[in-house]
Design a protein around this ligand. Structure first.
Ligand code: G6P
Ligand code: MN
Length: 446
């Protein structure tokens, strides 16, 4: 089976390859094609993968190319994990928003809108090439903002594109462990958009364990989301929000902390990755350099949010990577080998969430087999949740419209309608700032 990874020079590719190396079953991936626009990054990652495969007899063969059509031809699965504008673009997204006093995060708020405006046209063009060159391939989208990008690609690929994220499964695993349930045996009642969802229930058999969690202060504040949001606020909500909701519920504090930070997340990662890719090019042990860099990245994830809420260091369990690649691999196996699995995925809503239309891409549990994912029944969103989700989906639709029509007006509307942007004037200045910083936004015309 052939897997193509778009963004194949990206830092997280060895996580995916590691998951492939652990799979020895018949029908596993035997050929991996890495595609990237940057040949030097491809070469560096290819070295890490070669180190990684050293002791494996049945390691998937790896080839690298900077030709998109060549990469896509013959692919059974395509993982799309690109970063349009690179980490310098991410750092600019953050800096420009923070200078206006609003959040500059890669998936949430003004930063997410800017990143979406830059990424959607590229993802759209890729989806068209996939449709032309590899129409039978399944596409697993990791590219952020993942829900929006999946919806953009679904306009060409329909149900053949599925978005993934590790945050819902990470949340569910932490809650399950906290109450002593088996994370692999529980049923998750989770719904929302990517990075904007809530866990309404976690069932062991017929029993929802959330009431047990909510009744116990010590338990409730013992895991990441409990520490971020606090027991009192979780009880008020009556659900456990995705960690990215911290940017909404504690927006003022998060923005203040991000403004004070010496480096934004993007700027930190930009430096860190520049060092990593240079080190590998200089011939240092590629795997060691990669693993060191990965550990540092995991340890510092969402550090400002944790600081704001006094959450302290991340739990040891949360430092293992394993989220993304395991979801992706389980999804690929379910489809390719008809091994049914239940996964939280970004798929078309259909009739699942009443607050949204059928075409909206939402993040919900699905049963997946060879015929693809089918959404499972979930509890409907509460009024508050539906309000937020509808508002953010409206923003995403403005981004899609801006990208499709090249409309600066729609882009301003996307910024202005975002619940975390507090003025149309701010929205206009944001677009001006982003257009100055990103050549990739030149397509937007007044
Ligand atoms: C989580 C999110 C991803 C995001 C990543 C960012 O895993 O679910 O969507 O890409 O965090 O981490 P970073 O190290 O880039 O800040
Ligand atoms: Mn994610």
């Amino acid at each position: 089976m052939r897997l193509t990874i778009l963004g194949g020079g990206g830092f997280r590719v060895p996580l995916v390859y590691g998951a492939l190396l652990r799979d020895h079953a018949p029908g596993r991936v035997t050929e991996v094609t890495l595609y990237d626009v940057d040949g030097a990054r491809l070469a560096a990652i290819a070295k890490v993968l070669a180190d990684q495969a050293r002791d494996s007899a049945d390691a998937p063969a790896v080839r690298a190319t900077t030709d998109l059509d060549e990469a896509l031809r013959g692919a059974d699965f395509v993982f799309s994990a690109i970063r349009v504008g690179g980490l310098a673009g991410r750092a600019a997204d953050e800096r420009i928003a923070l200078a206006e006093g609003v959040l500059g995060q890669e998936t949430v708020g003004a930063g997410g809108v800017a990143y979406g405006l830059r990424t959607v046209p590229v993802a759209d063009a890729i989806a068209r090439r996939i449709k032309a060159v590899a129409p039978g391939a399944w596409v697993i989208n990791f590219t952020n903002p993942a829900g929006l990008v999946t919806e953009a690609m679904a306009r060409h690929l329909g149900e053949r594109v599925i978005g993934i994220c590790d945050s819902p499964v990470g949340l569910a695993r932490r809650v399950a462990r906290t109450v002593g349930a088996d994370p692999d045996a529980v049923r998750l009642d989770y719904a929302g958009l990517n990075h904007l969802g809530w866990l309404h229930g976690l069932y062991e058999g017929e029993q929802d364990v959330l009431p047990r969690l909510f009744a116990d202060d010590a338990l409730l504040t013992s895991f990441e989301e409990g520490k971020l949001f606090g027991a009192d606020w979780l009880r008020s909500l009556g659900s456990v929000p995705n960690e990215y909701l911290h940017y909404y519920y504690f927006n003022r504090e998060a923005v203040a902390a991000y403004r004070q930070a010496e480096l934004t997340r993007g700027a930190f990662l930009l430096d860190q990755q520049a060092r990593f890719y240079a080190t590998v090019a200089d011939g240092e042990q590629a795997w060691d350099a990669w693993d060191r860099t990965r550990a540092e990245r995991e340890a510092t994830y969402m550090s400002e949010n944790r600081e704001v809420s006094g959450a302290g260091e991340r739990a040891a369990d949360d430092l293992e990577s394993g989220g993304y690649e395991n979801v992706a691999l389980a999804l690929m196996r379910a489809i390719a080998r008809d091994e049914p699995a239940t996964l939280i995925l970004n798929v078309r809503n259909g009739s699942s969430l009443h607050a949204l239309d059928a075409e909206a891409v939402v993040e919900i549990p699905c049963r997946v087999d060879a015929s693809g994912p089918r959404p499972l029944p979930v509890t409907q969103l509460t009024g508050h949740e539906a309000g937020l989700v509808s508002a953010v989906k409206a923003v995403e639709r403005c981004v899609l419209e801006a990208a499709e029509a090249g409309s600066a007006r729609a882009a301003v509307k996307a910024f202005a309608l975002h619940p975390l942007v507090d003025s149309v004037q701010v929205a206009r200045r944001l677009l001006d700032g982003y257009r100055d910083a990103h050549p990739g936004l030149a397509y937007l015309r007044p």
